[in-house]
Every structure is written in structure tokens, then in C-alpha cells.
Ligand binder design. Sequence first.
Ligand SMILES: Cc1cc2nc3c(=O)[nH]c(=O)nc-3n(C[C@H](O)[C@H](O)[C@H](O)COP(=O)(O)O)c2cc1C
Length: 200
Amino acid sequence: MAKKTYPLSKVYRLLEPGLVVLVTTAHKDKVNIMTQSWHTMMEFEPPLVGCVISGRNHSFNALVATRECVLNIPSVELAKQVVGIGNCSGKKVDKFKKFKLTPLPASQVEPPLIAECYANLECKVADTWMVNKYNFFVLEVIKAWIDPAMKNPRTLHHQGKGVFMVGGRHDQAAFQNGMSDVAPHDFYRFYNNHALGNSE
Ligand SMILES: Cc1cc2nc3c(=O)[nH]c(=O)nc-3n(C[C@H](O)[C@H](O)[C@H](O)COP(=O)(O)O)c2cc1C
């Protein structure tokens, strides 16, 4: 089959980096949340995570000033909040209040965990040498939490332009047996905080 060229401006949509996280920060008595999808694992142990946070975001300034954050991992049930949180700024909005999320105290850092997320990673900034040039922070996870009551959480993966792939069907045996009728992912489209349903 003949290949066709693909716009460079859309390359990021082919390489979606992983599940969407909600980054909490705390700075000058203000706690904040930011939606983030551009991150990558860099080391097993201690776990290092690299992430890009735009210099235009309130979260960028908070992270530079405090060097602490929590990466909270939401499941698909929080999709509307994930989109809403990623489309407004903590400069103007109290996002915990607006999106009805519950802050829980972290054990090692100031920013809170989000109770409704199934996993929470307390992080310290480990390296800033690429922040000036690329807004790229290297975080070390120093404490990790998981909600044992949430079995097989279905994760959100942003593919750009409000399209999310929903992952998390743990049907490993079926894949090992070569069954082809198991669809591992669903696609959903969200826009302006409204779920528009399956996009396929
Ligand atoms: C699905 C999704 C993923 C996003 N990923 C990132 C990201 O990786 N890095 C980033 O800087 N902004 C990202 N954003 C945009 C920020 O969440 C957005 O600019 C937010 O308003 C920043 O909030 P703040 O000013 O309170 O920090 C994303 C938004 C959405 C909806």
C-alpha cells in the first residue's frame, strides 16, 4: 500500500506518550491541578519521570519555586474533570473546588493527593537542566500510593484534539492465546468538557 505524507504538526498524535495524569502543586497557599500527558519514565528505581510543563502554566511557576508535585493518575470516570482542568488556569480558578475533587495530605511533599485518583506519586524535582530550553523537568518519585479497591482501572490516553484512547482491559490470557476478538482499547471524544461518545 502506498504511504502518504503526514503533517509534522500532528506527529505528537502518533507518539502519544502515556496515560494522562493530574499534576498537583502547592505554592503560596494555593493548591492547583494541571492535566498532563507529555511525560515519560526514565529510570526504574528510584523511579524518575521526565515531563514537559509549559512556561505559560501556573503549574510551571509553582514547580520551579517549590520543586515538588504529585502525579495523580485518574481513570476514565474522571474524564470530564481531566478535560476541564486542562482548559483553565489555577491563576484564576480554584480547581479542587470547581471540579469537586478531594485533596488528601501527602506524606513527603506539600501538594495534596487527589483522593478520586487510583494512584498518586509524590515527587521532588531531581533535575532542571532542560527546563530553560525545553520546559522539561526530571522528577523523582519518592512515595507512591495506590487504591487497592480500584481493580483494573481504565486509563485515559490523550491523542490530541480532545480524542482519548481508553486503556486498561487486563485480558492478558486472551492475548497470549492469540485471540483476535479482544479489543484492548476504546476511543472516546471529549470536547469542552462534554463527552461526545465513541469516536470510532
Ligand atoms: C489532555 C490534556 C493534556 C495536556 N498535557 C499537557 C502537558 O503535557 N503539558 C502542558 O504543559 N500542558 C498540558 N495540557 C494543558 C494544561 O493542562 C493547561 O494549559 C492548563 O490550563 C494549565 O493549568 P495551570 O495554569 O493551572 O497550570 C494538557 C491539557 C489537556 C486537556
